[in-house]
Design a binder for this molecule. Structure first.
Ligand SMILES: [Ca+2]
Ligand SMILES: [Ca+2]
Length: 115
């Protein structure tokens, strides 16, 4: 991708379009680092007694949803479809959920994206 050929390692942690996603995340999620309307963002929903995490999964990447109660110690969110399996070629949507348990409302979730 031409856009990312223009970005060296020193700029990986910068966010020139101020959309909240640094250049390296834009690279991992195939979004445009110069377009603030094009960014990747997981959604967390609480409905019908479930916690649901949904996000687009661009191909050729690995994803894992992690949970923490203190933002320092992270572990895999223990649900049957985590880590979700990305397609090799096309973008699909991760849609992971489980019933709300004690402590869920005080927990933090994050999605790790790697090559
Ligand atoms: Ca950005
Ligand atoms: Ca962007």
């Amino acid at each position: 991708m031409i856009l990312f050929d223009q970005i060296d390692d020193a700029q990986a942690s910068e966010d020139p379009d101020h959309d909240g996603n640094v250049n390296y995340l834009e690279f991992l999620t195939f979004t445009n680092p110069f377009d603030p309307s094009d960014f990747w963002q997981p959604q967390v929903l609480h409905s019908n007694g479930d916690v649901q995490v949904a996000f687009p999964m661009p191909p050729s990447r690995r994803y894992e949803i992690q949970v923490s109660n203190d933002l320092e110690n992270w572990q895999t969110w223990e649900v049957p479809v985590n880590p979700p399996v990305a397609d090799d070629l096309e973008e699909i949507q991760a849609d992971t959920q489980r019933p709300v348990r004690q402590g869920d409302m005080d927990a933090f979730l994050r999605v790790c994206v790697t090559k």
